[in-house]
Ligand binder design. Structure first.
Ligand code: CDP
Length: 221
């Protein structure tokens, strides 16, 4: 059995890009659980489902034709025949995803899929990342990390990702969405404080490569 690495963190903590790079470097599979919530949000909107309608969203989750690779070099996401890899990162989806993720019966379905994924990849080893991986999806993981960063650092990263710069207007456009999403998400997942035994890694003053190095060291320790 190889290593299972669980990584949680808020938006802009760098967890997705860092987790993918770590998986690539160590030859592990990669599971982006946020992409699953995003893809389900896309699928509900596509069908005209009211995102506050918990039974309808949960029914959509139980009949969800998600196709997602666990190869960190090819992180495509498809729903049925539609390639939604780029679409699920748009503001339309980012601003709607928390409404889907707050329904507990919906989460139960995605969490079961995620646990299956982790089990199936446990021979190769896997890096799974999201908001409740260290606490709910894979509490028995060999390595459990919570990536944090100051609000300022997180907003600057997200602004650069979405707008290509971190000037005042890019920051302003990013601030509302990120802070509101963190607030909404923290009602259902506890990704702001590490649970017992979870190691905290503050990335505010680390660049990307140093963060990847720090996580690789934690895995190899
Ligand atoms: O990349 P970023 O951190 O902005 O978001 P993400 O990891 O793609 O997650 C998108 C959304 O999915 C979050 O805002 C949560 O609402 C939800 N999510 C969750 O509830 N539980 C997870 N394990 C992962 C994501």
């Amino acid at each position: 059995r190889s290593v299972v690495v669980a990584i949680d963190g808020p938006s802009g903590s760098g967890k997705s890009s860092v987790s993918r790079a770590v998986a690539r470097r160590l030859g592990l599979a990669y599971l982006d659980t946020g992409a699953m919530y995003r893809a389900l949000t896309w699928w509900c909107l596509e069908q005209g489902i009211d995102l506050d309608d918990e039974p309808a969203v949960t029914a959509a989750a139980s009949d969800f034709p998600l196709v997602m690779g666990t190869d960190p070099t090819d992180p495509h996401v498809r729903v049925g025949d539609a390639d939604v890899t780029a679409e699920i990162r748009t503001t339309r989806i980012s601003s709607a995803v928390s409404a889907v993720a707050r329904h507990l019966p919906t989460r139960a379905i995605l969490i079961a899929l995620q646990r299956d994924w982790v089990d199936r990849c446990s021979v190769q080893g896997i890096v799974a990342e999201g908001r409740d991986i260290t606490s709910v999806v894979a509490p028995d993981a060999d390595v459990r990390l919570l990536l944090t960063a100051s609000e300022q650092a997180r907003l600057a990263r997200r602004a650069r990702e979405l707008h290509g710069d971190s000037g005042e207007s890019a920051l302003a456009a990013t601030r509302d969405e990120v802070l509101r999403r963190d607030r909404d998400d923290s009602a259902v997942t506890s990704f702001l404080e590490p649970t017992d035994g979870v190691r905290l890694l503050d990335t505010s003053d680390l660049d990307f490569d140093s963060t990847v190095d720090a996580v690789v060291r934690a895995v190899e320790a």
